[in-house]
Every structure is written in C-alpha cells, then in structure tokens.
Design a binder for this molecule. Structure first.
Ligand SMILES: [Zn+2]
Length: 413
C-alpha cells in the first residue's frame, strides 16, 4: 500500500536527519517545505520533497492537499484518559469558590475518581475510555501515554492497567502505559502513609512489573501527597523492576522532587508550574525532559509552567494534555499548543516542536515518531484549508484538522 500526498502548501517539521530532541534556541526552528509532496509506503515515510521534483503522480492512494498543511501527529506524553465517569459536580463547586485542595480534603478529587473507578467494571471502563481516545485521534493525536492511578488498591490498579493493555492492542496508534503508583493516599492509610508506600514498593510494583503491564513508573510528588523520600523509594523500586521514571512534580509546591527525579534518571518531569533556579540547574545536562501541561493550568487557574525560563537557558520542553477528569478534562492537543503560545509565550514553532518531536522524546520513541523524516512512522495529519501553520495555535478553539493518518492508514472512525 502506497499513499502519496501532493500539492502540500506547507510540509511542517521536515527533518533530513533523524533529530530526536530539540533544545533551547533550536526549538524556534521548525523546518517547513513549501508546495511539497510526501510519499508513504505501508506504515513508513519513504520520501518527500518539493512538487517540482516529483517525477510521477502514482500511488495506491493519492491525496491532494492543496491549500492544506501537513505535519506529524501530536505526541501526547501525559494523560489519565482511562477513568470512570466525570467530576462535573466538583467543577461547579470550584466555580462557587472551593479550591482544588479544599475539594480533595473533603474526599473529592482523586479519591472521588478512585471510588467511581472501583464501581465500574473492566469492560465498562474500557468502553468509556476508548470512546474518548477515538475523538483524540480525530483531533490529531497519534502517540499517547496513559497512566493508572485511580485504582489505589492493587486490584483496581491492575484493572486500569489491563484496560490500557487492551487499548494498546485494539488501537492502531502507539500507546505507552505508566503505573502511577502513588497518586493519592487511600483513606484507610490516611494516618499511615509509609505503610502504603511499603505496600506499593513490596507488593504492587513487583506484581505489575511481572505481568509486564507498564513501561513507566510515576509518583505525584507534592505536599499532602507523597514527599521526596516516598518518591525516591518508589522510583528506586520501579527502576529495579525495569520501569522508567516519569513523575508529577512542582505543581503546587517546590519540595525537591525535580532533583530526585533527575538523580533517578527520569525520562520526564511533568507539571513544573513552579520552578526555581536549583531545579533548572539539575535539569541542565540531564536526559530528563521537562513537560508542561497548560490545559491543567487553564482549567485550575494556576500558574503556567515558565516555558521561557526553561527554553531560554537551553533546555528542551515538551507539551502534553494531562487529560483527566479533575484538573484537565480535555485531551485536545490543538488547544494545548494554542495555550502554550498565548499563555506561556512560546512561538508557534516552539510549541509545535514541543508537541511533536519533544513529546515523542518524553515517551522514548522520538527515533520513530514526531517529525517528517525518511524511515520514520507515517503518523501525519492534514489540516483543513488554512493559510499557514501559525494559524493552528492562532485560531484557538477552531477544529482545523481534516485527516489523520496513523501508521500510513487513514483514520476514519
Ligand atoms: Zn497528570
């Protein structure tokens, strides 16, 4: 099967070499080829170039992309898209004046999602989740990470991770699974958190690793949740069982989690709404990708990750949705890219780099995804008629995506 896309107004994120990450000033460079073609064989990008260099227009499927932009699909490296029900009640409570932390103290928040999850069967959970993901692919997401973490008990965590495994099998897109071992302290361990951490370390992690249900290990390192000592214990246990750390850190407070994550060779540190010079120093020279989640900042009205500070000192930055029922109930990467430009002062080029190649890096697969490069997987999206790639973040809220190709196949659900 060959697919040839012709007359592409702008072919965006074109790389002659297989670049796997872009940092600092490089993030402002988004290579674009005007009036281009793109050739796909089976699931792989085999050729591209200016239309003037295309010898013959021949393929099993030819797509005319006149006045349209083609770019790699979004790489969403941080979601909690497997969840039960929703939290619209808390949404209204917050509008009426309660804070996210106050709602959590009243038994709402993550514990509320855990309760709903416990009451939902594995099949029902799968069906609710897959419906959401189908919509995300239509919006251009071609690489997806999904976390557990609403289970809190071993059985419920296994249920979530099995649902993620089924999603991996059923969907054409690449999905990575994260065991979010410590998301909130279960009620029954309220006064004995260290016993819960011991349980996670000695029982949950070995079981989940043995069943090969996760690629990554994650912790919500935050005041009132899990401190640095807990985080280190859990990360170490995860690493000992072959899981790679990716953690939630610096959302509401700076407590030293970034340093701990870097020391454990984390692939990413996510959130970073707060970030001090000490954190930045630790990130310099590490392999750890900072990940910003502007949808969460928008929804909770909390500070945005200081993207300029991160990029201007030469670090890379990735963007993801944090899609979850409590603090970011949207998995729309187009909105995330807009919010990054509008609220975080990133240029369209920087935001698109952060949402494609650097997102793929944050999932350890940027050698295969995240740019238009010969030999890479053919995950590309074709926009509706738009004037220029910068129009994507500029026209926030508009649905500009027309077609999505996943591994060379047109997504038509
Ligand atoms: Zn999250």
């Amino acid at each position: 099967m060959t697919v040839l896309i012709i007359n592409i107004k702008q072919l965006v994120q074109v790389r002659q070499n297989n670049v796997t990450v872009v940092k600092g000033k490089e993030m402002a460079d988004l290579p674009v080829l005007e009036n281009a073609y793109l050739m796909i064989e089976h699931d792989t990008i085999v050729e591209f170039g200016p239309m003037s260099e295309l010898d013959e227009i021949e393929a099993d499927e030819i797509i005319d992309a006149k006045d349209r932009i083609v770019l790699p699909t979004w790489c969403d490296s941080h979601t909690h898209v497997v969840y039960a029900g929703n939290r619209v009640g808390e949404f209204e409570d917050r509008i009426n004046g309660l804070s996210y932390e106050e709602i959590a103290t009243r038994g709402g928040g993550i514990l509320n999602s855990a309760k709903l999850l416990a009451e939902t069967s594995e099949q029902e959970l799968y069906e609710q989740s897959i419906k959401r993901i189908h919509k995300l692919i239509r919006l251009g997401t071609g690489l997806l990470e999904i976390k557990s973490g609403y289970g809190l008990s071993l059985d419920a965590e296994l249920k979530m991770l099995r649902v993620i495994r089924k999603i991996k099998k059923e969907l054409p897109i690449t999905v990575k699974a994260t065991y979010l071992a410590a998301h909130a302290v279960p009620k029954e361990y309220k006064d004995n958190k260290s016993a819960y951490v011991d349980l996670v370390v000695n029982e949950f992690i070995p079981t989940i690793a043995k069943e090969k249900l996760a690629d990554y290990i994650d912790v919500f390192c935050e005041k009132g949740y899990f401190d640095v000592e807990d985080t280190e214990k859990i990360l170490k246990a995860g690493v000992d069982h072959g899981l790679v750390p990716k953690i939630h850190v610096n959302q509401f407070n700076i407590i030293g989690g970034v340093e701990a994550a870097v020391q454990h060779n984390a692939l990413s540190v996510d959130h970073l709404e707060l970030l001090d010079d000490n954190d930045l120093e630790h990130l310099k020279g590490s392999r750890t990708m900072p990940v910003a989640l502007p949808g969460c900042s928008f929804f909770l009205s909390i500070p945005y990750t200081p993207a300029r500070k991160i990029i201007d000192i030469g670090l890379p930055l990735a963007l993801a949705t944090d899609y979850n029922p409590g603090s970011a109930p949207s998995g729309n990467m187009n909105f995330v890219v807009s919010a990054a430009c509008i609220k975080m002062n990133m240029t369209p080029a920087e935001a698109i780099n952060a949402a494609t190649i650097n997102g793929a890096y944050a999932l350890g697969v940027s050698n295969q995804y995240g740019s238009i490069c010969r030999g890479k997987k053919a995950n590309v999206m074709i926009t509706k008629e738009i004037p220029d790639y910068r129009y994507l973040p500029y026209s926030f809220g508009e649905d500009c995506i027309d077609k999505v190709l996943v591994h060379g196949m047109i997504w038509d659900l």
